[in-house]
Design a protein around this ligand. Structure first.
Ligand SMILES: Cc1cc2nc3c(=O)[nH]c(=O)nc-3n(C[C@H](O)[C@H](O)[C@H](O)COP(=O)(O)OP(=O)(O)OC[C@H]3O[C@@H](n4cnc5c(N)ncnc54)[C@H](O)[C@@H]3O)c2cc1C
Length: 657
């Protein structure tokens, strides 16, 4: 019987390419495994809202830079070299580099707070800080470089003497990064084995100013030179090499202008000859590039862009909270208008959720875990929610959010937000294809072992894992009939998690068709994300006032996720199987108007909530510091109040021609 089932399952599992298999094997699992098992463990000990909190010295260092560079774009301008040099002097370019190579090797929690603070005031400076600390060659060298490469390059990267960039994508390889990637060939030149490659890279961050350049290409070896003359392990395939500026044939001639957001981004082109010793990790690492990139991306994706979304969201939300308390129309503060409150509360809950999820994920990463599904969902959730927060803030500030000038904090975020969404895997792809698909294969306790048993044609292992899967699926199916009162957030979340796990097993029955059923996959990714972020909100210790806010956010996330469960059930492609899951539809809920008003009153009057929003953002030198000052003046008819109010509501005025 097992042989028959074995053959049936082999028929439905998706065909997985070599690159997908490497992506699947990269990184590890964490809470995502519990969610797919349908049992969220109660909060782990040791979690702390304040982990990584910046001390006065770190705050002063960052603030001095922000004071110097303001909120202005750093590129195109010769200014950019000063900025890189100052970031190096401030020791902010080697946060992931070992101290023995001149770096500062900080915990992720601290790195994230530094990036959030920079991003809250100057997004272009934040990008210039992020790349050297994430996907620039620094991290690749740190993990895979030869000792000689590490000694040669890491101290210079940490000090800012080397400005890095990494070129993977080009006009024909965007989301499908290795699909039509540049091709290199192993050749023999003057008796030496070399690589000849033509590159055509675009969108490469820092490329116009970089002097240490990582490039990825597909290495081919038609004459079998690697096998006969290369070190053991060297093979054809995606390969990563390091070049210095001025390498013969390397062209760094043009730049792009992504939304005038003001950071260097451009092209790498040319036909080059590269020695095997320039491969990151040396010649033995030829052909290992995709695995190396996947391993590094799996952490980086969960840190820089979420930190940046956190910084901008907190800034915009804190500013909006103060603004609606004072901006007056129709003889009342706009915060007293229910429609404005509703918009504000939605943005506030997104910001609170981003902050908790970032904080929680950083602690997972600092524990040494590399959960690739979680870092992927963090990238798309935080950048997507960050964009919503920004748009809501702009609605609330009205015209003053649109007109540029000294009081405008929005335009720079508006220019930068789509960039965070497009890079490191566009969100449509990450949400609709990768997160749940990779989750099924990686986080699900049985699917990957079953898949491997089939690949190895191991009937005995297949039987063990198949039996495990059937048992767990049956248990979760019957547990899904439970009902929970919506009053207790933890119980509600626990049931949602069981029903998600159960629904995942039914969606898994679609096999390879999941790749085409991208709307179902995207909705499953959202449910998984909302469970994860709710778990973060409930797990982090907090004060009573903050706990209340977190519980409202969990209710909001559960409302969203339950609606999506219904959507997946209603659209399940097989009408017969659909009948089995219909009983698990939810009665849809939305936040009541009473709750919206209640949470608003709580938020605007709670110093603890203010403190969370203000943490890791740079308030000086912006309209926000003026709003804070306005908030301290009790007499709203005083001349001091009125003068400051009029200053705050003014927008940039420029001489007409
Ligand atoms: C400002 C900026 C900085 C960048 N920095 C770097 C860098 O430093 N180094 C580097 O190597 N690259 C960099 N990139 C490249 C970036 O990673 C790619 O832009 C990104 O992967 C998307 O590729 P694309 O823009 O060609 O979009 P396309 O691949 O053409 O995708 C178009 C749309 O289709 C969607 N899509 C594609 N395939 C699928 C699918 N199978 N299922 C569902 N949806 C799909 C995508 O999500 C997207 O919405 C940068 C890009 C930008 C814009």
């Amino acid at each position: 019987m097992y042989r028959y089932i074995f053959n049936q399952v082999r028929g439905i599992i998706p065909r997985i390419s070599e690159t997908e298999l490497i992506a699947l094997r990269s990184g590890g699992v964490s809470v995502d495994r519990q969610i797919f098992e349908g049992r969220l463990l109660r909060s782990q000990s040791g979690l702390d809202m304040h982990v990584g909190r910046l001390g006065p010295a770190a705050v002063n260092t960052v603030d001095a830079l922000l004071k110097r560079y303001g909120s202005q774009p750093i590129y195109p301008s010769s200014h950019v070299y000063d900025a890189m040099s100052d970031l190096g002097k401030a020791r902010l370019l080697g946060m992931s580099i070992d101290t023995k190579y001149g770096g500062t090797m900080m915990p992720i929690s601290k790195q994230s707070r530094i990036l959030a603070r920079i991003a809250s005031h100057n997004p272009s400076l934040a990008v210039a800080t992020m790349v050297p600390n994430s996907l620039g060659p620094g991290e690749l060298l740190q993990h895979y470089g030869t000792e000689e490469q590490k000694r040669k390059y890491l101290p210079g990267l940490a000090s800012g003497a080397f400005i890095p960039c990494f070129g993977l994508t080009g006009p024909n390889n965007g989301s499908d990064a290795t699909g039509q990637i540049d091709t290199g060939t192993v050749i023999r030149q003057n008796g030496e084995i070399m690589i000849r490659v033509s590159i055509n890279k675009r969108y490469i961050t820092l490329a116009p100013i970089a002097n240490l350049i990582g490039v990825a290409f597909n290495l081919q070896d038609p004459d079998g030179l690697l096998a006969t003359h290369g070190p053991s392990g060297a093979k054809p395939g995606v390969t990563l090499a390091l070049l210095e500026r001025g390498h013969p044939g390397l062209e760094q001639l043009t730049y792009h202008n992504p939304n005038s957001a003001g950071f260097p981004n451009g092209t790498l082109k040319g036909t080059l000859t590269i020695p095997l010793s320039s491969i990151i990790g040396g010649a033995a690492n030829a052909g290992n590039g995709w695995m190396m990139l996947m391993e590094c991306l799996s952490v980086g994706r969960g840190v820089s862009l979420p930190a940046s979304a956190n910084g901008s969201s907190k800034m915009v939300t804190y500013a909006s909270m103060l603004y609606i308390k004072h901006r007056t129309q129709f003889k009342m503060n706009i915060g007293r208008m229910e429609a404005v409150r509703e918009r504000f509360i939605n943005m506030f809950m997104d910001t609170w959720t981003i902050n908790a999820a970032v904080n929680y994920t950083n602690q997972i990463l600092d524990s040494g875990a590399k959960p690739s599904v979680i870092t992927g969902l963090m990238k798309y959730q935080t950048t997507e929610r960050g964009r919503n927060v920004l748009l809501a803030g702009m609605d609330i500030f009205g015209g003053s959010a649109i007109c540029t000038g000294p009081n405008n904090i929005f335009t720079k975020f508006y220019q930068a937000a789509p960039i965070g969404i497009t890079v490191e895997g566009s969100n449509i792809l990450t949400r609709n294809l990768i997160t749940f698909g990779q989750g099924l294969n990686k986080s699900h306790p049985f699917i990957y072992p079953i898949f491997m048993a089939i690949s190895d044609n191991d009937l005995s292992a297949f039987r063990t894992h198949f039996n495990g899967m059937v048992k767990s699926a049956v248990v979760n199916y019957f547990k899904s009939f439970r009902v929970s009162g919506s009053g207790n957030p933890q119980q509600r979340l626990d049931l949602l998690c069981i029903r998600f796990s159960n629904l995942s097993n039914f969606v898994a029955l679609l096999g390879g068709k999941i790749k085409a059923n991208q709307i179902i996959s995207g909705n499953m990714a959202d449910i998984l994300s909302n469970i994860y972020m709710s778990h973060a909100l409930l797990s982090l210790p907090s004060t009573k006032a903050c706990r209340l806010v977190s519980e409202y956010c969990v209710a909001h996330l559960c409302n969203e996720a339950e609606r999506k469960i219904n959507y997946v059930i209603d659209n399940y492609p097989n009408m017969y199987i659909r009948q089995f899951i219909k009983p698990f539809r939810y009665r849809e809920q939305s936040m009541s108007i009473t709750d919206i008003n209640r949470i608003y009153e709580h938020v605007v009057s709670s110093p603890e909530v203010y403190a969370v929003l203000k943490e890791d953002i740079y308030i000086a030198d912006s309209i926000v510091s003026k709003l804070e000052q306005l908030d301290t003046i009790k007499d709203k008819t005083s001349s001091e109040y009125l003068a400051l109010y009029n200053d705050i509501v003014s927008v940039g005025e420029f001489p007409a021609d």
